[in-house]
Write a protein that binds this ligand. Structure first.
Ligand code: MN
Length: 311
């Protein structure tokens, strides 16, 4: 997805709230936006809460009606320094990238692209699906050891699942209970889809921070409602958390070791400083060789000038 991360998402002059070592419940509003033809609720990054572990971006997309020729329709655009993880609960999207990958994404399948130092991708209608599209796109910030490396692409159709008391848990990335996702991850983190029908006790790692994004239904979190359109940030220090639901609820649990490298995000770039973003912006604007090419019928998305270059 094109992640138009801007000052509206996480202003440079608003300090982050840090990574509390004690349990907390901090509920923040997502920002409504549009990506391609689809409405999104951006839970990360937000002012004061840029990351949960290495998770640095979370767009709940849809539900949206798509036709055979009109869907997400995000044309070719570049990424640096991150992984994009696409998880659908309804609909289909066609992923194409500059590594030569071409893959239809369906519900229950994990689409994971690692940008390394540079990659380009497009996210399109499949040409035959019509119906509802809904899902989440997540970004993971890459650590110094891999963020300048080669791009890579994985698509997993068979994700590990387990039954909890009131939910079916699907492990998108990392370890959860006794399950291990096959997805690549370069830092200690976890992502879990929770399909809940009743109270659910979720095992947590006390050394990690966690957040919840609800896609459908609502979770009651220490007596406070967490519906779609919000991020429930949980801090650290719990080994378990009971999630109560009054209706069927679909939520994504994100967690990980606090990411200790200070990142700078602009548009589709995750970097460490302005000079790196200036260089990526210049390469995409000039369409030099850095980002490669992706076969797509959609037009290239023009680069958005960093705010410090704007008058
Ligand atoms: Mn993208």
């Amino acid at each position: 997805m094109s992640g138009p991360v801007t000052q509206s998402d996480a202003a440079a002059n608003v300090a982050d709230s840090g990574h509390p070592s004690a349990p907390c419940v901090e509920i923040s509003e997502s920002r409504d936006g549009q990506v391609g033809n689809v409405q999104v609720r951006r839970a990360l990054p937000r002012k004061g809460r840029r990351m949960v572990g290495a998770w640095c971006f979370a767009d709940h997309m849809g539900p949206a009606d798509v036709t055979e020729n009109s869907g997400l329709d995000v044309g070719p655009h570049p990424h640096i320094g991150l992984q994009t993880l696409t998880w659908l609960i309804d609909g289909e999207v066609l992923h194409r990238d500059s590594l030569g990958s071409e893959q239809v994404i369906k519900p229950g399948q994990l689409n994971l692209m690692t940008s390394g130092g540079a990659v380009t991708h497009a996210e399109e209608a499949t040409g035959h699906y019509r119906g509802v599209l809904e899902g989440i796109q997540l970004w993971v910030a890459l650590p110094e050891s891999t963020r300048h490396g080669d791009g890579a692409f994985e698509h997993h159709v068979d994700m590990p699942q387990m039954d909890l008391d009131g939910a079916v848990a699907t492990v998108l990335v990392g370890n959860f209970g006794d399950l291990v996702s096959p997805a690549r991850h370069d830092t200690a983190l976890v992502g879990v889809d929770l399909n809940m029908h009743g109270p659910t006790a979720v095992p947590l790692n006390p050394g990690w921070e966690y957040g919840l994004v609800v896609l459908e239904g609502a979770i009651e979190l220490h007596g406070r409602p967490l519906p779609p359109g919000k991020l429930g940030y949980l801090g650290r220090g719990r080994d378990e958390l009971v999630l109560n639901v009054a209706e069927p609820t679909r939520a994504i649990l994100l967690g990980g070791e606090p990411f200790d490298e200070p990142i700078m995000m602009w548009w589709n770039f995750v970097a460490r400083n302005r000079a790196e973003i200036d260089a990526a912006y210049a390469s995409w604007s000039a369409q030099d060789d850095r980002f490669g090419r992706v076969r797509s019928n959609l037009p290239l998305i023009p680069a958005k000038a960093p705010f410090w270059q704007q008058n």
